[in-house]
Structures are given as C-alpha cells and as structure tokens.
Design a protein around this ligand. Sequence first.
Ligand SMILES: Cc1cc2nc3c(=O)[nH]c(=O)nc-3n(C[C@H](O)[C@H](O)[C@H](O)COP(=O)(O)OP(=O)(O)OC[C@H]3O[C@@H](n4cnc5c(N)ncnc54)[C@H](O)[C@@H]3O)c2cc1C
Length: 598
Amino acid sequence: MPSYKAPFDDVLFLLNDVFRVERYANLPGFADASPDIVEAILGEAAKFCEDVLTPLNRSGDVEGCTRHGDGSVTTPKGYKEAYRQIVEGGWVGISAPDEFGGQGLPMFMTQQVNEFLSSANLAFAMYSGLTQGAIAAILAHGTPEQKATYLPKMVSGEWTGTMNLTEPHCGTDLGLIRTKAAKQADGSYKISGTKIFISAGEHDLSENIIHLVLARIEGAPEGTKGISLFIVPKLLPNTDGSLGARNAVACGSLEEKMGIHGNATCVMNYDGATGWLIAEENRGLHAMFTMMNEARLAVGLQGLAISEVAYQNAVAYAKERLQGRAISGTKAKDKPADPIIVHPDVRRTLMTIKSFNEAGRALVVWTALASDLHHRSEDDKTRQAAEDHMSLLTPVIKGVLTDTGFASTVMAQQMFGGHGYIAEHGMEQFVRDARITMMYEGANGIQALDLVGRKLPRDGGRALQAFFAEVQGFIKEQGANDTMKVYVEPLGKALGHLQQATMWFMQNAMAKPDNAGAGSTDYMHLFGLVALGYMWCRMAAVAHEKLKAGANGSAERMNAKLVTGRFFMERVLPETGAHLARIQSGAASMMELPAEAF
Ligand SMILES: Cc1cc2nc3c(=O)[nH]c(=O)nc-3n(C[C@H](O)[C@H](O)[C@H](O)COP(=O)(O)OP(=O)(O)OC[C@H]3O[C@@H](n4cnc5c(N)ncnc54)[C@H](O)[C@@H]3O)c2cc1C
C-alpha cells in the first residue's frame, strides 16, 4: 500500500525563504496568512490528506464509481465522509472572497492544499478542484444575482461545479460545438445536446451540481464566435435559496477509463434543460477561459503532485529492496545484498525526479503569487506584469509539469522493477492516474501551440521580454558570486538556447507556419527547462544565504538543496541544446511524406 507525507518543510522554505510572501502583507488577505497561520492551515491539510485521503486512493481505484438505473452515480466507499470533511474544513473556499463565505486567503494557499490533495488522491481532489474553477468563472462573469444564488453554496462546497465543453465530435476544436440554447420568454434558455467526458458530472457528494455549459444560441454565427456560456444547475434553486425541481440534465453513462476511477467521467444529456446565460451572448468561450486557465494551472499541479507521491514511494522502496552490491564496494555488510539506492543508475532516476519535483513546486508557487498580485494589487503595472506572467506560464505549467510529471511517475515505477507493474505497491495506479493530465484541459500539443502561436507574440512579446529580463537580471546579479557559478552559468547557456529558438521562429515561422507547429512542443519543454533552472538558481541562492547565516537547524536540507540543484544543472538542463537543434531543423522532414505513406 503506498504512503504519502506532505512535503511540508519544502513548501515553507519556498513561501518563507525563497518567495518571502510576508513582503506582500499589504495585499488583501495576506495579513491573514502570517507564517504561523500558513503553517497551521497547511498542517491541517497535510494531516487530512495523509490520514484520510491516502488510504481511499487505492480502494477508490478498485471500486470506481457506479451509475444506477435512475442515472444517479455513487462514488467509492469513504468518499462521501471524506468530502464532508472538505466542506466542514472550508477547503474549497480558502481563497474565495469573504462576501461569499470564503476565507479570502491568498491563492498560493489554495494551490498548496491542492497539491497535497492531488498527491493523496487525484480522483477525489478533482471534485473540489473543478468547483474552484467554476467559482472563478462565475465570480468573473456572473451577474450579481447569479453570484448571490450560486457562490455561497459552491464556496462552502455544499454544491459542486463542472465544466461542459467536450462533445463526441469536438474536443480541441470547440468551434464545432452543436449543443443548442433556445431563448425563453422569461430570459432563461432551454439547453439541448450531449456532452461527453464530463468530470464529476454526476455523483453523490453534494446536494446540487452546477454545470457550466458551452452551447450555441439559435441563429448564432458558426465557429467559436457563436458560442455562449450557461449555468445549468442539476436542481433548480428556488428564489428563497431552497432546492426546487430536478432540471432536464442527466448522466447517460459513465466512461470506462484507464485511471482516476474514483472520479465520475460522465456522458451528460441535456434535454431542454433550463439554463441562464453567463457573460454576453457569443462570448462564452472567452468566459469559459477563466475556468480553463484556472483548470490548466490545476492540472499542471496534478502532474507534479503525482510525481511527488510516486517519488516518495520509490525512495522508500529503494532504501529497502536488497539487490546486488554497490560497484564501489559493499555497503550493507550485515545484509545479503545492498539496498538498490546504492546503485548510480537508481540514484540517477531518483535525483531526476527529485530535482524536477522541487523546481516544479517553486514554479507553481511563483505563479500562484502572480495570480494573487494580478487579483489583489492596487498598482496597475504590477497587475499587468502579473497577468503577463500567468498568461505566458500557464501553457508551460500545464504542458511541462504533466509531460515530465508522467515521465517521472514512470521512472518511479521503474524503481520497483516487476513489482511496479503489479498492483500491490500502487505504482501502476499512479502511472494510470497521471496519464490523463497530459490529455485533458487541452492536450499538451495544444498547450505548446498556445505558447508559440498566441502567448509569445501577444502584446508585441511583452510577457516574454519581461521573463527574459528577469532571468538575465538574476544571472547578472549572481554572476560574480563564485558559489553560484555552477548554477548561473548553465542557466545562462540554457537561456541563450531559448533566445535562439525564439529568434529562429521569428525568422522562419512567419512565412512557413509549419515550422512553428513542428517546433512548438520542443519550445514548450525548452521554456520549461529554463524556468525550472531559474527556480533552482533562486533556491540555491537562498540556500547559500541560509547556510552562511547558520541555517538554524536546516543545514542538512539546505545542503541537499544545493546538491539537487547542481544535479539539475548538470544532468537535466543540458537537454535545452537538443530541443534547440530539433526546433532549428524545421518542419521539412516531418511534413514531406504524403498521408498515404504512413
Ligand atoms: C477522463 C477525462 C476527463 C475529462 N474531463 C472533461 C471535463 O470535465 N469537461 C470537458 O469539457 N472535457 C473533459 N475532457 C475532455 C478533454 O478535455 C478532451 O479529451 C481534450 O480536450 C482533447 O479533446 P479530444 O479528446 O477530442 O481530442 P482531439 O481534439 O480529437 O485531439 C486528438 C489529438 O490531436 C491533436 N490535435 C487536435 N487538433 C490539433 C491542432 N489544431 N494542431 C495540432 N494538434 C492537434 C491533439 O493534441 C490530440 O493529441 C475529459 C477527458 C477525459 C478523458
């Protein structure tokens, strides 16, 4: 049975030492997030995840969800009780505004809790995670009445939320949506159509489910310019807030799938269901993007979270499993063989995952802080810069943290040899669960296209230039510092590769767009490596400072940080060179063969 321990110390190091969140005490909600409060809240979350959710991960996977004849869906045993604790603990609304019953705490708190939840039990964490995304969309685009009707119950977790985009013939290309919305005399709409793959579409955890549904109003233009967003509750709320009639929306079936069995993935049938428009007519995709962007960051975090729990179990196994002797000489003389952690190739694997996890977590915290600055700062320039950061980093976090998170999970499974392939140790479940993160919320190929096609050129490349300037500024500041050379020099080289790749696109992709498409995934990973390398440099600088100042009981951890960062710089970051070479080879060999030749 796998185990999980929330990486509490690592999180506190990032919040208190690397990003020094107390600097932002003047922002709304930050004064309530003093170090002791953060520690207390995250400590509670860690305990809940370790003690309650981790044991349900495997049983939930084995049992899965069940659809009954009347269309209702039961979640695995223990989910209902655990979800009650989510509501009682106020975990859904940690960062939601006080006026709707939230705690108003910074977004970095929500992200951190979500990492713990997703490591402990990804399938379960999705129920509350999707609700947070739906809350964000209603907050940004709902009318005052809609906010008053839905938000308090969603923020408390009593009602959950879903996002309904996908249809059988349309996933990436949402311009093909066919679900229809017919306007009624009272201003509501009748929604008809079929949505597939809807996570948490029907279940028994909450008393109501609020579906956010993309549909086309009769007579709307073709394509993405004719799509609107609707709130469609499972049970129609009465004006006094009580629950009324059942709406004409039902789960037609549950998808049989590879992983996340504890999350109900539903075919949802809308049969003239009553819905209300959110945002303007035909601007639905724009409004849904609020939820999608939030969800993309959340999915990136899921990739990291599974990598973390898989890593923890791989380390425990590598310390116990006795096979062979160390090539440098016997280590465990009293045992028939040495534990496999003595072997360099096992170390290579574990260090690769560890160095990704710790930098990935830093990248998530950095971006969550940008989200806080974007929503809470009073300074226009700060808000703009924070929005630029989020917009640029969202596809990178989604694409890189899930591609690499999955690869890390497979590497962790590999540490178990054949024992990783059988179910007993839980490693094959992590692999199955992690796989979806690369596909949903926009497959990763689409994230790469979003980065290269939309995010790089946006506002004349303002966000990209700001990112370059920040990394260059750090390199300049730390370049003369001898102890930082092993970190800063490789980062400078990797940044150079990213700049060359960007220039190559500017010179070669305008006239031949296939060159951009052909290099986009490599570019996304090249970008991700530079961002992760930058995170390592920042962590190394702080670790050095702390060691110089006496480290106050954390010397061992700070030394481990420095070594792990060095490993990343020496053994992982050089991949930027291969990405650049692939990008610069262009699209020719990729596109030359006719489709019939495949
Ligand atoms: C378990 C699960 C849960 C899900 N939950 C939800 C949910 O809650 N709500 C919801 O609405 N949807 C949900 N989805 C749907 C998911 O978001 C889609 O599957 C995903 O967006 C991809 O769409 P698709 O499957 O139709 O693939 P397609 O769009 O058919 O894409 C197939 C492949 O082609 C590539 N591709 C497509 N177009 C292009 C292009 N223009 N350029 C380059 N490559 C391209 C893609 O990258 C992909 O690799 C879920 C799916 C699953 C499996």
